[in-house]
Design a protein around this ligand. Sequence first.
Ligand SMILES: Nc1ncnc2c1ncn2[C@@H]1O[C@H](COP(=O)(O)OP(=O)(O)OP(=O)(O)O)[C@@H](O)[C@H]1O
Ligand SMILES: [Mg+2]
Length: 286
Amino acid sequence: MATDTHARDAAHDTARPHDTARPHDTAWPEDVAEGAVLACRDLRYSYLDRFPALDGVSFDVIRGEKLALLGANGCGKSTLLKILDGLVFPDSGTVHAFGGRLTEDNLEDEQFNRGFRSRVGFVFQNSDAQVFSPTVREEVAFGCLQLGLDRQQTLARIDDVLAMLGIADLADRAPFQLSGGEKKRVAIASVLVMNPEVLLFDEPTAALDPRTQHWLIELIVELNAAGKTIVLATHDLDVLDTLADRCLVFTEEHRIGRIGTAAEVLGDRRLLLDVNLVHPRSRAHR
Ligand SMILES: Nc1ncnc2c1ncn2[C@@H]1O[C@H](COP(=O)(O)OP(=O)(O)OP(=O)(O)O)[C@@H](O)[C@H]1O
Ligand SMILES: [Mg+2]
């Protein structure tokens, strides 16, 4: 299957044009888990100093795992993904990525920035906020230009990734004229073309039809099987068996209430009620 081949090749393609620089605050936190690629310690963040989003959040992301961020509306999942992608910076606490400290200052360093951006990709919940080029082909080419790939490498990667996502026929269309599901494929293509090691997905299955949801779930599983580390935010308990090795459950006070396997979390109805992931009158999840 084209997806499988590409993803596996991509996972083995470890050479990067600009490997993440490590001169900036290289030390990991002392208690970091073995195999961690990202490590957050005591993250706190409020919007406009008034609206709390994260209140003391610490965890590691382990290379090759599928980690689900779970919690009710407004608990802080999207904010955390933005922090992991270096789009938002915590008021306090630390984020380490691949051993280097992820800070606004370090991301201003071109080499660090390219290294980090080539290793972490973020698929937004709202594809309209992600796709902006005049054509799908240019949209997907954008990431390659960021990486500094030459024209031939860029063209080959674009063809590959468009075929992998089944959107070769959309290459010359304007992204803003596509349907929501088509835009989502384009947004994913624009991220995968950079061949990142870590993929962040915000509510990946939201607003997709059942067939497209199924396709995307399978794609995430295949990417993970090919070696990609996955972090995804979701409210959809039904996808956890497939999409989560571990779940990080947020409370509505913007803290982590529990870290456990999908089975542990799904089996804990009290927890799911407490964090508003099930309704008291709903059937037990299983
Ligand atoms: N731009 C913003 N300005 C002010 N407050 C914000 C902003 N974005 C988010 N917030 C607040 O931060 C908190 C966390 O929001 P966030 O979007 O991270 O939650 P979430 O867990 O992703 O929710 P959802 O499940 O609805 O997507 C919420 O209380 C929200 O009101
Ligand atoms: Mg969100």
